[in-house]
Design a protein around this ligand. Structure first.
Ligand SMILES: Nc1ncnc2c1ncn2[C@@H]1O[C@H](COP(=O)(O)OP(=O)(O)OP(=O)(O)O)[C@@H](O)[C@H]1O
Length: 258
């Protein structure tokens, strides 16, 4: 996926205009704009309750917008169902609970590939394509260094490897824009290093938007950062730009002292 428009004109991967989400009288997301260039690794950060998860839910169609518009590669996707948005290329890496613990690692990826195939209406294809499926599943596992685990039950994987499997099953859907939900949460230093390398690897040829609490991961990995506080964007730019922004410091310190 290149994010090129029909006439070869480069488009933004994701353009978000003035999106809002209210729960009753409470505005969890309040007029957020985002411009994410094709190929960028972009972090969304902010203190607890800032509206990051709600933003993700709006992008994927898991929650309906109260206001605003979302475009994927220049096409409006707001208002579409989650599976339609996923088929258009915006896919979220779900939490470990989406992995089938009793399936082998290989079968988890095969299952994800079959889902992609079913959504392309070519699930009736004969044996030849089943071999292609196996080849593609092994290729994905090798890419994520999971091939030694192929025949193990997914439930037996160590935590960091489970997160890698979760990314593998997401990549099976071949997203052009990959949303990652706190990919390093709950990990020790070694797994954080591995998953960071993995994200860098899978980001080649794709656009990545991630919610991440670990700021050194954000600093080392992300091209651009959007900082949310109380549902609003308070800063956007490179990590160094936003880290030195007085509103960002205040939002984080305010959250710590609240
Ligand atoms: N379904 C809901 N109904 C009512 N309020 C909600 C709902 N979902 C989220 N909220 C509120 O919206 C605000 C933003 O929540 P959200 O989960 O998006 O924040 P976050 O930035 O992802 O936080 P965290 O970093 O703690 O995960 C919070 O105050 C939360 O309590």
């Amino acid at each position: 996926m290149t994010g090129q428009g029909e006439k070869g004109v480069s488009t933004a991967a994701l353009t978000v205009r003035n999106i809002s989400k209210s729960f009753g009288a409470f505005k969890a997301v309040d007029g957020v704009d985002l411009d994410i260039a094709t190929g960028e690794i972009h972090a969304m950060i902010g203190p607890n309750g800032a509206g990051k998860t709600t933003c993700f839910n709006l992008l994927t169609g898991d929650l309906p917008l109260t206001n605003g518009e979302i475009q994927l590669h220049g096409k409006v996707i707001s208002g579409l169902a989650t599976d339609v948005i996923a088929r258009q290329g915006l896919v979220r890496s779900y939490q470990i609970s989406s992995i089938f613990p009793d399936f082998t690692v290989l079968n988890n990826v095969r299952f994800a590939l079959q889902q992609k195939r079913a959504s392309n209406f070519d699930f009736w294809r004969p044996e030849r394509s089943l071999n292609t499926l196996n080849d593609r599943a092994m290729e994905l596992l090798e890419n994520l260094d999971l091939d030694p685990w192929a025949d193990h039950r997914a439930g037996e994987l160590p935590y960091g490897r489970k997160r890698a499997l979760e990314i593998a099953t997401t990549l099976a859907l071949d997203p052009s824009v990959l949303l990652l939900d706190e990919p390093t949460s709950g990990m020790g230093r070694e797994d954080i290093g591995r998953v960071t390398d993995l994200i860098r690897k899978v980001a080649v040829g794709r656009t990545v938007l991630m919610v991440e609490h670990n700021l050194s991961v954000v600093q080392g990995l992300c091209d651009k950062v959007t900082v949310l506080a109380r549902g609003q964007v308070i800063a956007q730019g490179t990590y160094d730009e936003v880290a030195n922004d007085a509103r960002v410091v205040e939002a984080y310190l305010g959250a710590v002292h609240a």
